[in-house]
Design a protein. Structure first.
Length: 633
């Protein structure tokens, strides 16, 4: 796990930016605290920050050249099957100087070029410079676990693991208002767009080749999901479960390879418990870590995590947090973010990563299972909407009542009203529009209404509609929950969940590995029919059933709580002055010229009312954006 950056200049003007290479590399220090290296070749520069995981000796340092000096690589990630690939390359006459997966990847690319991507099992973002061909090859892993951003103008193209590295080259900072509009709806910005004009994210499963002034992007992987070809091997349900266990165990086993201390996150939910159970088959006294919430007992799941730890004899550590502990880390997180990102669950992920890193360098996590197997409440709602029936129709017909009643996440009754309202609204929409509405925290109108007239004019409606179409392209009106899950894999998982885990773990120099997102597991999951994943009583059906005889029984006798960061409490107390007198103060808003203070004032009034609804999430998005604006613009 590392940080990479680089520049390919088209002319002497672009080459002048090479003076920023060292600074652009240095700002990635938290991604790679163990070593910094750079390579320059007139019009090309590569930078690397290393977090040593495999072959921690200096032989694994980067940038790394091949034995001829023609090819140079900078690589972020891990190749789990590198030992098998290494053995094959040795049989072809390749001699290795290190035991690193980086050298294996470099030599595999030299022999197979972009075809090498199909042989890799891992997560990665890397760049390889070919001095003879005067080209750079960039690639990102299939699912998008590792980030890769780039910026191009008439003089150069630059790339990096983080936007702060691109900004270190002195690029123009101009807000993309269409992206801001999306951010105000979702609290994150879907790829390939970013908050800045000219900066793009390389999409998962894609590679980019630069030669002379030509930049070409190609796709090498997509999830093989075809509704007419589900369950191609005609496996019955018992056989499906057995196959899932087999694939997951192999995935976990491959992710236990490391030359540094390794452990696992253990929340007490099904997903992380499955990973822990499988990992302990191959590693004794596995280190596991969880966080508890002293001030929020409803959300505290440590008793379930402790039960799993006892059953599988792990060396378990619980970090018991108060709301003050969460609050104390808030500004460190805001300072680290280099693009607006407002999923508030990043706060506990940051703290868990920080504490885990004190004793461990690599941690396994259960991320991805919800998107693969239908683990969210919205998946149950989507399934019920597709099935229809008397109850769904009744909830839909009572929309005027839900609109009139108080709604808030902070009370079980008002939260249920909030859920009924969202369900009823979704029932009145097409599948495509229902997905969009349930994925968003604000409607198109609500997001647009808090922008100034000048800012609204900068939102490119045609571009926005095209982005929306690209995200929803797999919905065709035939009604299948797998369409929702497939879209979540590309929308929610990559842009929200994986972004959160990568950024918060890397802020603490911790590598997080995600066994559920092995591409063999992903491909298999999307060969399964929806009835294997969900029914009217159970979400994640096949995952729960496959491990029912392995996991503690109490895990199956409780609802999934998740965790709500106490934003509403903070906004009404500790953060009230920051909102009222600084980031959302009338003078600052008016001088900034981005937001309409009338709309902002209405949100603040709702925030401090008895009927706040989901407004705290929208306020948090504004706080994050304003903090980013003040730091970078």
């Amino acid at each position: 796990m590392c940080g990479i950056t680089g520049i390919y200049a088209f002319n002497e003007v672009g080459r002048f930016n090479m003076i920023n290479l060292a600074r652009a590399t240095a700002v990635l220090e938290k991604r790679g605290p163990d070593h910094q290296g750079m390579y320059t070749e007139y019009f090309v520069g590569l930078g690397h920050r290393r977090l040593s995981i495999i072959d921690t000796s200096a032989d694994g340092n980067q940038p790394m050249k091949d034995e001829t000096g023609r090819f140079t690589i900078v690589f972020n990630g891990e190749i789990y099957n590198y030992k098998r690939l290494r053995k094959d390359l040795i049989s072809q006459g390749v001699c290795f100087k290190s035991d690193s997966d980086t050298e294996v990847l470099l030599n595999l690319y030299i022999r197979e070029k972009e075809q090498c991507l199909n042989k890799l099992n891992g997560f990665f973002a890397f760049a390889i410079y070919d001095k003879e061909d005067n080209s750079i090859f960039l690639a990102r892993d299939r699912i998008g676990i590792k980030p890769l951003l780039y910026y191009q103008d008439e003089d150069k193209i630059i790339f990096a693991s983080e936007m702060k590295s691109l900004l270190a080259y002195g690029i123009e900072k101009s807000v993309d208002y269409t992206s801001l509009y999306q951010y105000l709806q979702f609290n994150y910005i879907p790829a390939p767009s970013t908050i800045l004009n000219g900066v793009k994210k390389l999409m998962p499963g894609h590679f980019l080749k630069i030669k002379n002034r030509e930049v070409k992007i190609s796709r090498y992987y997509h999830i093989p999901y075809h509704k007419s070809h589900l369950n191609p091997d005609n496996l019955n349900y018992e056989q499906q479960k057995a196959r899932l266990i087999e694939l997951l165990e192999e995935s976990v086993k491959e992710r236990l390879v490391a030359d540094v201390p390794l452990g696992a996150f253990l929340s007490g939910g099904i997903d992380s418990s499955v990973i822990t159970a499988l990992a302990t088959r191959h590693r004794d006294q596995l280190n596991t870590f969880s966080i508890g919430y002293r001030d929020e007992p409803f959300f505290d799941e440590t008793k379930y995590a402790n039960s799993v730890a006892r059953k599988f004899n792990t060396h378990h550590t619980v970090f018991s947090l108060s709301n003050l502990d969460l609050y104390d880390h808030l500004f460190d997180i805001l300072d680290y973010l280099d693009e607006p990102f407002a999923d508030s669950s990043a706060i506990p992920v940051y703290i868990l990563s920080k504490h885990t890193r004190k004793t461990t360098t690599v941690a396994l996590s259960g991320d991805g299972a919800d998107e693969l197997f239908s683990g969210y409440n919205k998946h149950q709602a989507a399934f019920k909407a597709l099935q229809g029936g008397t109850v769904a129709s009744m909830v839909k017909s009572l929309l005027p009542l839900w609109n009139a009643l108080p709604k808030s996440r902070n009370n079980p009754l008002t939260n249920k009203v909030r859920q009924f309202q969202r369900f009823a609204i979704g029932m009145n929409l097409s599948e495509r529009e229902r997905y969009w509405r349930w994925a968003a925290l604000a409607t198109d109108f609500e997001a647009m209404s808090i922008l100034t007239l000048e800012a609204r004019e900068k939102v490119n409606t045609e571009e926005f509609n095209q982005r929306k179409h690209n995200i929803l392209t797999h919905f065709n009106g035939k009604g299948n929950l797998n369409d929702v899950l497939y879209t979540d894999m590309h929308m929610v998982l990559t842009n929200d969940m994986l972004t959160k885990v990568d950024s918060m773990s890397m802020a603490n120099s911790l590598e997080v590995r995600v066994p559920f997102l092995d591409h063999h597991v992903v491909n298999y999951a999307f060969s399964l029919p929806e009835e294997s994943k969900i029914n009217s009583q159970m979400k994640k059906r096949i995952l729960q059933d496959a491990f029912r005889d392995i996991l503690p029984r109490e895990l199956y006798r409780r609802p999934k709580h998740g965790f709500e960061v106490p934003l509403l409490k903070w906004f009404r107390n500790e953060l009230r002055s920051l909102i009222e007198n600084d980031l959302l103060a009338e003078n600052f808003i008016n001088n900034q010229g981005v937001f309409d203070y009338v709309g902002i004032r209405a949100l603040k009034e709702q925030l401090f009312s008895k009927n706040p609804g989901d407004v705290h999430a929208r306020i948090w998005a504004l706080v994050v954006f304003q903090s980013w604006w003040k730091k970078y613009l």
